[in-house]
Design a protein around this ligand. Structure first.
Ligand code: SDX
Length: 437
């Protein structure tokens, strides 16, 4: 019987110096590129592969998210992101990512209750925030507080116990909006707001972020729907840098809170999730449409470190399908808020138009990515720039959790331990300080 995933052909590798040849197995998935299995390459040939940045390397098998960069296609468990963003909701999509199927009505209600009734934090966790300066970047607070949960929840640290993984996964998905909203409230000196069980996941998040204890707060349904759609768009994205960080940390057996904290730290970088904050900073720096040509020129100049933030992607060589939905959502939200003539949105639209007509961007297939429009929507919703990547982390937590669980349940999983091409000194003897020239 054919072993699972083995294709019916191999690659032959030949050492032209010695004439030796090796047959490398080819593995095939359900859709997308096949892989050449090089797990025995070093043992057989004494050679490593070399792929800094992992541009041609599959790190794992996964059934969660599929991306076709050429087509600009993104599927969560087979369902196109464009359909989920319109027809589903974040909690239902969480169920889909974790369990692999859309829930029945009963399963959805049960899962929603499970998440809703775990949104509250133990009162003692509130004191974690006091160690931070009020002007700390909220992402620094998120890395710290999530990592510190391992010092608090001792009943969900054993990654080999499915019950522990279930509890830790529920806690992270449920509590991230509360932890994130607290980080924002702490930075502006407002009291923490307890979650409400009568609100939706996204409505609760807006409530905990923006309500004032001195007056009633009504969740704006348009903003609630926009937030829910934005969270769906950011949930998971194959083996991106932060997900790979979570998997690598988890491969050593580290506890789930430490793994998610590591993922948040990686997401913070401006080349990754931090780009949404960097796009706003860039648009504000460009300032007006007539400055665009100067910045396009800088983005193309190899001597200038400036890059057009929110453009380009390692996988997408076509429009990021999330950017298309995000652009539509930007118009809806700004229209609802009566700020459709926001100069930054106009600037972003003009920048996108000019870049997409520029030969450099066309040749290098640099299109707007998920981060290009999200900041404009968040800003219109009253979310401060420093919180943009925090929202990305809130949304991506379920993706990290789903991928982390999939890794631990994978029987072929081993500790991640890449090798290197060593370019330093070969062995040499110590020289006493008096003998050094
Ligand atoms: C996310 O991986 C994921 O899936 C990530 C993500 C997710 O959901 O998890 O999709 C979220 O991180 C989106 C990306 C957000 N980052 C930005 O918007 C930052 C700006 N973009 C770039 O820094 C860059 O495009 C990356 C980091 C996104 C991708 O970099 P790659 O794949 O390593 O490509 P590269 O840096 O090798 O660039 C290829 C060429 C280079 O020129 P050459 O050396 O070939 O001449 O394109 C150029 C780059 O200089 N280039 C850009 C550019 N992005 C790439 N030039 C100007 N502006 C840009 N934005």
């Amino acid at each position: 019987m054919k072993q699972k995933n083995v294709a019916d052909h191999t690659f032959t590798l030949t050492n032209n110096d010695t004439g030796e040849s090796w047959e490398l197995p080819v593995l095939e998935g359900s859709v997308g590129p096949r892989v050449i299995d090089v797990r025995k390459l070093y043992a057989d040939t004494g050679h490593f592969t070399y792929d800094p940045g992992f541009t041609s390397t599959g790190s794992c098998q996964s059934a969660i998210t599929y991306i076709d960069g050429e087509k600009g296609e993104l599927l969560y468990r087979g369902y196109p992101i464009e359909q989920l963003a319109v027809d589903s909701d974040y909690v239902e999509a969480c169920y889909l990512l974790i369990y692999g199927e859309l829930p029945t009505q009963e399963q959805k209600e049960k899962f929603t209750d499970r998440i809703t009734y775990h949104t509250m934090l133990h009162e003692q966790i509130h004191s974690f925030y006091d160690g931070f300066r009020r002007d700390s970047h909220p992402m620094a607070i998120m890395v710290g507080v999530i990592g510190a949960l391992a010092a608090f929840y001792h009943d969900s640290l054993d990654i080999s116990d499915p019950k522990h993984r279930f509890v830790a996964s529920t806690r992270m998905i449920a509590k991230m909006p509360t932890i994130a909203a607290n980080a924002y409230r702490y930075s502006i000196g407002m009291p923490f707001v307890y979650p409400r069980n009568d609100l939706s996941y996204s409505g609760n998040f807006l409530y905990m972020m923006f309500s004032n204890p001195c007056e009633p707060y009504e969740v704006n349904p348009v903003l609630e729907r926009a937030m829910d759609r934005i969270l769906i768009l950011h949930m998971d994205h194959e083996q991106n840098a932060s997900t790979s960080t979570v998997r690598l940390a988890g491969s050593s057996g580290a506890n789930p809170f430490a793994c998610i904290s590591a993922g948040i730290a990686s997401l913070w970088g401006p080349a990754h999730g931090g780009a949404n904050e960097a796009v706003l900073t860039m648009l504000e720096e460009i300032g007006s449409v007539d400055h665009i040509p100067e910045y396009i020129k800088r983005a193309k100049d190899k001597e200038d470190p400036f890059r057009l933030m929110g453009f380009g992607h390692r996988v997408y060589k076509n429009f990021d399908p999330r950017a298309k939905v995000m652009r539509q959502t930007a118009h809806e939200v700004l229209g609802e808020l009566g700020v459709e003539d926001d100069p930054l949105l106009e600037l972003a639209m003009e920048l996108e138009k000019i870049a997409l007509e520029d030969e450099y961007f066309v040749d290098k297939k640099l299109y707007p990515n998920v981060d290009f429009y999200s900041g404009i929507i968040f800003r219109a919703m009253g979310i401060p720039t420093s919180m943009f990547t925090v929202l990305f982390a809130v949304a991506r937590t379920v993706g990290w959790v789903a991928q982390w669980n999939e890794m631990i349940e994978d029987p072929s999983q081993k500790i991640g331990r890449p090798r290197q091409l060593f370019t330093g000194y070969p062995a040499r003897d110590y020289v006493k300080i008096g003998d050094r020239d």
